[in-house]
Design a protein around this ligand. Sequence first.
Ligand code: CA
Length: 227
Amino acid sequence: MRVLLVEDHPTMRGLICDHLRKRGFAVDMAPSGDEALAAIRVAVYDAVILDLGLPDMDGMDVLRRLRTERQPHVPALILTARDSIEARVGGLDAGADDYILKPFDLAELEARLRAVLRRPGPRSAALFRFGDLTFDPGARSAAVAERSLELARREACLLEELLLAEGRVVVRDVLEERLYGFDDEVSANALEASVSRLRRKLVAAGSLVGVEVARGIGYRLKLGVAT
Ligand code: CA
């Protein structure tokens, strides 16, 4: 699960990010509204955690732009110290899925994040497609030309990340960060091993899609890769 964390306070941002990464989430951080909007333009998130008091704009404006222009169905959790009834109602009206008052407990934040992620919505029906390959991020299932492709958990994560990039190169450091939590023991060639297994499975399934190496940089999906 990939989460965008929009929070300007560095300590708060670090604490939330560390906690969620340890719990298996991939977390992107944005310290300002502008950076949040830039992230939303290029990436697809499973959820957004949004502080209202940002240096360059109100978090509500970020939420409205997210809802109207970018990802109308992505769950949004609002973080704020504004404990007035008006602010709560305003947040929910603007399309927030939940509202968490500061200070809060990290375990509570995680529980509420998981709760909004479990809510069924149109996003759970969205499939990623590339060539003859489809991936259902909710069910964690992949298919080649509609025939099911059995993938281990990390291979599915790898495929999801490559599909999110839509054929652009994904830097290997980024892949390692997404695939492995801080607590995982990661051997030097763990990523290569996952890539090799995914490639073999794609070839065995007769897919037109392959995983191409960008030497020294990372990997990307490509149509018609000679393997
Ligand atoms: Ca703030």
